[in-house]
Ligand binder design. Structure first.
Ligand code: FUC
Length: 345
């Protein structure tokens, strides 16, 4: 496949490299080794116009100044760890409080904020960009030296597969995800309100006012959280459901996949005709509708605004420490695939 490698800038004196891959359908994908950030995904619309469908920047400085985790890999733990502390076998561990009293997305110097090693395997029909990073014992407060690999595989079927692997030299907790904000209108022409989401989830985690799961699973039945038959995101954003209100008008919730069905999601934007399908092996997905996106910065010349992008962060149930445990030398492995196509009309 056509691959272009270039210098994106520097971070803490290290060079940041960008990898851009294009397939025969004219679709392209670009990522950088800083935070494994996906900076661009260009996909044709119904008329053949190839446009970007993720929120991202062209400089490292803008990521440092403005990015609410655009496109990056999140680790060691996606989402919030309540009170920024947890215990393993009776031993307490304390993390940075970077979200009120809680820890968010692995702490300020989590995996989104380091430069990863990279190896590229470019074949005729498939290109792999393999990022690796070894997080030292107690980095950001987490126990164990953790060797992590994130592989982006892009192919001629317009699929991007993200595979995560991690091994620790001590019992620890791990919950990795990618934090891409999608907007299928292309070049951020419209907000995400008229995007339609389908997810086979019967329940979601109730959140408290600080966005920590209360432990209660609520049924989606009869609510704006019922995406089983497909629903416009707008309905939830304009809803007065206490759970959409509590997160600032919209969604910021772990949706739990129905165990007896394939773990799949689909988002369609009718005007452009673009469709995104996501398959995962994870039990949950945090659906975030950019409720906290401010309008005090620009994204490639377009003023940012609330609800300009949505994230579908596949993961284990956040803050359930017992489900995030990884034994010494156990291989943590997970895969999520993003497939782009056009909706048939
Ligand atoms: C998502 C949300 C959080 C936060 C962050 C930027 O993962 O769950 O609430 O706003 O992204």
């Amino acid at each position: 496949m056509k691959l272009v490698e270039s210098c994106f800038g520097t971070f803490n004196g290290k060079q940041v490299t960008s990898y851009s891959v294009e397939n025969a359908n004219g679709m392209s994908f670009t990522c950088i080794d800083y935070g494994c950030i996906i900076t661009e995904i260009n996909v044709p619309d119904r008329e053949g116009a190839v446009e970007n469908v993720v929120l991202g920047f062209d400089t490292v400085q803008e990521y440092l100044d403005h990015s609410p985790y655009f496109g990056c890999v999140i680790g060691r733990t996606a989402g919030r760890i309540g009170q920024a502390s947890f215990e393993i076998d009776g031993v307490p561990y304390h993390l940075a409080k970077n979200d009120g009293e809680h820890n968010l997305h692995g702490g300020p110097n989590g995996f989104h904020n380091v430069v990863w090693e990279s190896v590229v395997e470019n074949k005729e029909h498939e290109t792999k960009i393999i990022f690796s990073y070894t997080s030292p014992d107690r980095e950001e407060g987490f126990p164990g030296k953790l060797a992590v690999t994130v592989t982006y595989t892009f192919n001629e079927e317009n699929e991007l597969t993200v595979s995560y692997q991690a091994v620790s030299d001590q019992k620890t907790i791990v919950n990795l995800t990618n934090h891409s904000y999608f907007n299928l209108s292309g070049h951020l022409k419209r907000t995400i309100l008229d995007h339609e989401l389908t997810v086979n989830s019967d329940g979601f985690l109730e959140l408290d006012t600080t966005l920590i799961p209360t432990g209660k699973v609520l049924s989606v039945e009869g609510t704006v959280f019922d995406f089983r038959e497909g629903k416009k995101i707008r309905l939830g954003i304009e809803s007065d459901h206490p759970q959409t209100q509590i997160v600032g008008g919209g969604f910021d919730h772990p949706l739990l996949f129905n165990d007896s069905q394939p773990k799949k999601m689909m988002v369609v934007e009718q005007e452009s005709g673009r469709k995104l399908e996501i398959d995962t092996d994870q039990p949950a997905v945090v659906f975030y509708t950019g409720n906290m996106l401010g309008n005090d910065f620009s994204i490639r010349g377009r003023q940012a605004e609330k609800h300009l992008g949505f994230c579908l962060e596949t993961q284990q149930l956040p803050n359930r420490i017992s489900e995030l445990l990884v034994e010494k030398n156990e291989v943590y492995k997970t895969t999520t695939t993003y497939r782009f196509s056009l909706e048939n009309k």
